[in-house]
Design a protein around this ligand. Structure first.
Ligand code: FES
Length: 81
């Protein structure tokens, strides 16, 4: 994937997440300790929008079936279903 400019770093405050559409693909960007991480904004289980999920430290919890995604490692951590 190529690099894409999405805005200025001060546009996303510490601890916040925001969804961006980059070339038709939804990406979730998080600012954690002024480091920026990006993951797919669509849950890999059944396609829920992770931006509607809950953020808990470095984890996004899917709003549908509560799969957990580690933002910093860009990987699924847990799925109870
Ligand atoms: S759609 Fe995300 S856990 Fe099922």
């Amino acid at each position: 994937m190529a690099w894409s400019k999405i805005g200025k770093s001060d546009g996303l405050k510490q601890g916040k997440i925001k969804e961006y559409n980059i070339n038709g693909k939804k990406i979730l960007v998080s600012n954690m300790d002024d480091k920026f991480y990006a993951i797919d904004a669509i849950c890999s289980h059944l396609g829920a929008e992770l931006a509607k999920g809950k953020k808990d430290n470095n984890t996004i919890i899917c709003p549908k079936h509560r799969a957990q995604f580690n933002i910093q490692k860009c990987q699924k951590r847990y799925y109870s279903g």
